[in-house]
Design a protein around this ligand. Structure first.
Ligand code: BGC
Length: 553
C-alpha cells in the first residue's frame, strides 16, 4: 500500500492567507446548509435561506445555549499521556513493545514511556482541567496497569490506587469522570496469546477486566464506555496496518506481521462486539442497579457527503457510513446483525452471529453512543469506476476525497484527509439519533491538529483551533435546537500527547506541552474554551501572552 493512502499519513501544512480562509468558511457554511437539509429532507434553497438568517459560524456561541446539566469536558487516553510505563507493578502493553521493537513505525521514533508523565503530574493536570471550567473529564484505564498479565495474574493494587486517586480528585473538584475501558491498549501478554482481538479467548479476558473496573470504581464512576473507536483501530491493526499487531495484506499493504486484510478486521471486530456485550451484561447483572450508572461505546464517525449527485456516489456515501459506524452500532444497538451493505460486499469474510451471541447482544445494547467526530469528506463510488482501494474506505469500495470541482470541503488540518467542516456535526448526530431510536449521544472527541515543527508563536496562538472549536460547538448548539438528543461534548485533547504513529510530531492539546521539561502552557484555545465555559471573556480580550506553568506547580 502506498503510505500516502493512509488517512493518517503526513501532509505538509500549506500556507493559506486570510482571504482563502474566509472563502473556506463561506464554502463551509453553504455546504453545511446542504448537509443539514439533506439530513432533514428539506429543500436546499429553503435551508439556505434559514441558515443565512442565522449565520451560525460567524456569530459565536454561548454556554447558555446548552442545558446546565450538559457535559463539557476534555478527553485523554492512558497510553498517550500517563508514561510510568514500568512503574508500580504495571505490565507491558502492546504499544510499549511495539514502540520499542519497531521505532521506525513511529514518525519520530519515540514512545509513550514518559509521554506527559501524567502518572506523576496528574494533580497539576487536574488543576489545569478544573481551571477550564469543565464539568466532565474523559480518560481511559490502562488495562496492563490493572491486570499486568490479564485474567490469570493478580489485580495490581497500585494501579487501582492510581485511578482511585484520579477519580477522587476529580469528584472533589466537581468534575464527573467519564471512563473508557479500552483505548487502543492491551497487556502485551494477551496480545501475544490471542494476536490481539483475533482469538475468541480475548472476550473473556476483556469481560474480566471490565468487571474488575466496575467493582473497583463503579461506586463513583457513572459514565462508562467499553471501547474507544473499535471501528478505526481494527482497521489500523488488521487492514491497513500501522498499529500493533500490524497485520495487513494487499491491496491494503504488506505488513511485517503478515495478516489478511480481507478477513481479520471483521474477526477482530466480531470479538470486540462480543466483548462489549459481555461487559455490558456484567454491568447490568451485577452493578447497574446499585451503582446507577450507564455504559456506552464510542465509535469514530466521519460524515460522508456524496461527491456528485450521481446515484452511485449517493450510494457510496451511504455505504461508507455503513462500513464506518453501523459496522459496530447495528449489531450492538439494533441487535443481531451487521448492515446489509457489509454482508453484500464482504460475503463469508464477515462473521455471522450465532444464536447464543445474538442472545448476549440483546443484553448488550449500549445506554448511549459516543461519537468521535473530526471531519467530513466526499465519498466517490468505486464499484462503477476504478479507484485506489488500499485506503481507509477501500473495504467499502469507496474513495474519500477532499475536493469537489477544485473546491475543498473545508479548511485543512495537519492530518491528511481531515478538513474543518463544522456544519457536518449536525447531520452526523441527527443520523445517529434517527437510526438508533433517539439513543443519547455524547461527542466524545473533537479537535484540531497542528504540526510540532510549527513556530512556537503559531503553536500557542492557535486561532485555527479556536475557530475549529467555536465552529463545531456552534453547530452542536444548532443540533440541540433542532431536537438532537446529545448530552455532552469533549475536546480532544487536554494536553499535547503521544499521538500514536505520529509520536510527538502532531499536537491536539488545549495545553502545549514541552516534552523536555513537562511544562504546560495554555493555548489561546484553552483560554477560549475557558471563556466559553465560564463566561469570562474571549480570546480577543485576552491577548496577553499565555502563562506557562508546570503541571505540578
Ligand atoms: C483517537 C485518539 C487520537 C485522536 C487524534 C482518535 O482517533 O481516539 O486517541 O489521538 O483521534 O488522532
Amino acid at each position: 500500500m502506498p503510505r500516502t493512502s493512509n488517512p493518517r499519513a503526513r501532509t505538509r501544512p500549506r500556507a493559506r492567507g486570510i482571504a482563502s480562509r474566509r472563502q473556506g468558511q463561506e464554502r463551509s457554511q453553504s455546504k453545511g446548509s446542504e448537509m443539514a437539509a439533506a439530513a432533514r429532507g428539506i429543500g436546499v434553497a429553503a435551508a439556505l435561506a434559514v441558515l443565512a438568517a442565522l449565520a451560525p459560524a460567524a456569530r459565536g456561541v454561548d454556554r447558555a445555549e446548552f442545558p446546565p446539566e450538559f457535559l463539557f469536558g476534555a478527553a485523554t487516553s492512558a497510553y498517550q499521556i500517563e508514561g510510568a510505563y514500568l512503574e508500580d507493578g504495571k505490565g507491558l502493553c502492546n504499544w510499549d513493545v511495539f514502540t520499542h521493537t519497531r521505532p521506525g513505525a513511529i514518525r519520530d521514533g519515540r514512545n509513550g514511556d514518559v509521554a506527559d508523565d501524567h502518572y506523576h503530574l496528574y494533580m497539576g493536570d487536574l488543576e489545569i482541567l478544573q481551571s477550564l471550567g469543565v464539568n466532565a473529564y474523559r480518560f481511559s484505564i490502562a488495562w496492563a496497569r490493572i491486570l499486568p498479565r490479564g485474567r490469570l495474574g493478580g489485580v495490581n493494587a497500585d494501579g487501582v490506587a492510581f485511578y482511585n486517586r484520579l477519580i477522587d480528585t476529580l469528584l472533589q473538584k466537581g468534575i464527573q469522570p467519564f471512563v473508557t475501558l479500552n483505548h487502543f491498549d492491551m497487556p502485551r501478554e494477551l496480545e501475544a496469546r490471542y494476536v490481539g482481538w483475533l482469538g475468541a479467548g480475548i472476550r473473556e479476558e476483556y469481560a474480566y477486566f471490565a468487571d474488575v473496573c466496575f467493582a473497583a470504581f463503579g461506586d463513583r464512576v457513572k459514565l462508562w464506555t467499553t471501547f474507544n473507536e473499535p471501528n478505526l483501530v481494527t482497521k489500523f491493526q488488521y487492514m491497513l496496518g500501522g498499529y500493533p499487531p500490524d497485520h495487513c495484506s494487499p491491496p491494503f499493504g504488506n505488513c511485517n506481521g503478515g495478516g489478511n486484510s480481507l478477513r481479520e478486521p471483521y474477526v477482530a471486530a466480531h470479538n470486540i462486539i462480543m466483548s462489549h456485550a459481555a461487559a455490558v451484561r456484567a454491568y447490568r447483572d451485577r452493578y447497574q442497579a446499585q451503582q446507577g450508572g450507564a455504559v456506552g461505546i464510542v465509535v469514530a464517525m466521519k460524515w460522508y457527503e456524496p461527491l456528485t449527485n450521481a446515484t452511485e456516489d449517493v450510494a457510496a456515501a451511504r455505504r461508507a457510513q455503513a462500513f464506518e459506524t453501523e459496522w459496530f452500532l447495528d449489531p450492538i444497538m439494533l441487535g443481531g446483525d451487521y448492515p446489509r451493505a457489509m454482508r453484500e460486499l464482504l460475503g463469508s469474510n464477515l462473521p455471522t452471529f450465532t444464536p447464543e451471541e445474538q442472545e448476549l447482544l440483546r443484553h448488550g445494547r449500549a445506554d448511549f453512543i459516543g461519537l468521535n467526530h473530526y471531519t467530513a469528506v466526499y465519498a466517490k463510488d468505486c464499484i462503477a469506476s476504478p479507484c485506489d482501494l488500499g485506503t481507509y474506505e477501500g473495504n467499502a469500495l469507496v474513495l474519500a476525497v477532499g475536493e469537489r470541482d477544485g473546491v475543498k470541503i473545508g479548511g485543512d488540518t495537519a492530518l491528511n484527509g481531515f478538513y474543518v467542516v463544522p456544519e457536518a456535526l449536525e447531520p452526523a448526530i441527527m443520523y445517529i439519533n434517527a437510526r438508533y431510536k433517539d439513543t443519547p449521544v455524547y461527542i466524545t472527541e473533537n479537535g484540531f491538529s497542528q504540526w510540532s515543527d510549527t513556530s512556537r508563536e503559531e503553536l500557542i496562538n492557535d486561532m485555527e483551533r479556536v475557530n475549529y472549536l467555536q465552529g463545531y460547538i456552534t453547530y452542536l448548539a444548532r443540533a440541540i435546537r433542532n431536537g438532537a438528543n446529545v448530552r455532552g461534548y469533549f475536546v480532544w485533547t487536554l494536553l499535547d500527547n503521544f499521538e500514536w504513529t505520529f509520536g510527538y510530531s502532531m499536537r491536539y492539546g488545549l495545553y502545549h506541552v514541552d516534552f523536555d521539561t513537562q511544562e504546560r502552557t495554555p493555548r489561546k484555545s484553552a483560554r477560549w474554551y475557558q471563556g466559553f465555559l465560564t463566561g469570562d471573556g474571549s480570546p480577543t480580550d485576552q491577548d496577553e501572552a499565555p502563562q506557562a506553568l508546570r503541571a505540578d506547580s
